[in-house]
Design a protein around this ligand. Structure first.
Ligand SMILES: C[S@@+](CC[C@H](N)C(=O)[O-])C[C@H]1O[C@@H](n2cnc3c(N)ncnc32)[C@H](O)[C@@H]1O
Length: 225
């Protein structure tokens, strides 16, 4: 385990050698997993390979911001910054106080918010509602019952209407019952270079009579549940 964790940390250092503090803090991550495995959903931070696949899917107009939910020790956040998201336009939300403190130290200039992503509309300043290019969700939604998943999805829709969100997951199939949530699902990327191997999914609201053309609409690849 130690060697594997070290490999992950070293990998991140190589990718994010850009002036930001590069510590993925695998020890903190593992400790939090021991304390609350369902909340963490993973034993180690996402690999550099997965982070790269996530940030490639991010869309943002120059006047828009990006939100990351469940930032953990900040490996995806740092990849977002390294790929060009300005720190002042990055909002990272993390529920664990110790992790939020680590994020504040290691992501200078970014908007680190300690809080529950289900309360996203209260956490993100109103001036940014509707000005969000992409939402990246790392919270393990697959482990939650449908009604709980819905609370996260409603919170995202409230601040980024019509945009949908990116979600990474270790499931072989869609981690969310997309059709039941009235979402289109598309697997954008997969990598074996993560523990466990992971996919990046894009979920976008399905067209409805009141909203025939959702902003982030993509052709659905899969609704397997
Ligand atoms: C699978 S980890 C992902 C961490 C990081 N993004 C990465 O890729 O390494 C999930 C993270 O979501 C956080 N989390 C779980 N429930 C949350 C909630 N309701 N609001 C905000 N963060 C939450 C956990 O504390 C944990 O840091």
């Amino acid at each position: 385990m130690t060697n594997f964790v070290e490999t992950h940390a070293i990998e991140h250092k190589a990718v994010t050698d850009d002036g930001f503090v590069t510590c993925a803090h695998p020890a903190l991550f593992f400790r939090r997993w021991l304390a609350n495995p369902l909340q963490m959903g993973s034993v180690v931070p996402s690999s550099a390979a997965l982070c790269q696949r996530i940030v490639r899917q991010v869309r943002r107009a120059p006047d828009e911001a990006v939100i990351e939910l469940g930032a953990g020790t900040g490996v995806v956040s740092r990849a977002l910054l390294a790929s060009g998201t300005p720190a002042e336009r990055l909002f990272v939300v993390e529920i664990v106080p110790e992790m939020a403190a680590h994020l504040r130290r290691s992501l200078p200039g970014a908007n680190v918010i300690e809080g529950d992503a289900r309360r996203l509309p209260e956490l993100i300043p109103a001036a940014w509602h509707g000005r969000i290019g992409s939402v990246v969700c790392g919270i393990p939604l697959v482990l939650l019952p449908f009604a709980e998943q819905r609370r996260f999805l409603d919170a995202i829709e409230a601040v980024a209407p019509g945009r949908g969100f990116l979600h990474f997951s270790y499931c072989a199939i869609s981690p969310l019952p997309a059709r039941r949530h009235r979402l289109a699902a598309r697997r954008e990327a997969w990598t074996p270079l993560n523990f466990p191997p992971a996919s990046v999914w894009r979920y976008t609201p399905l067209a409805t009579r009141s909203n025939p053309r959702p902003v982030g609409a993509c052709p659905a690849e899969a609704d397997r549940r």
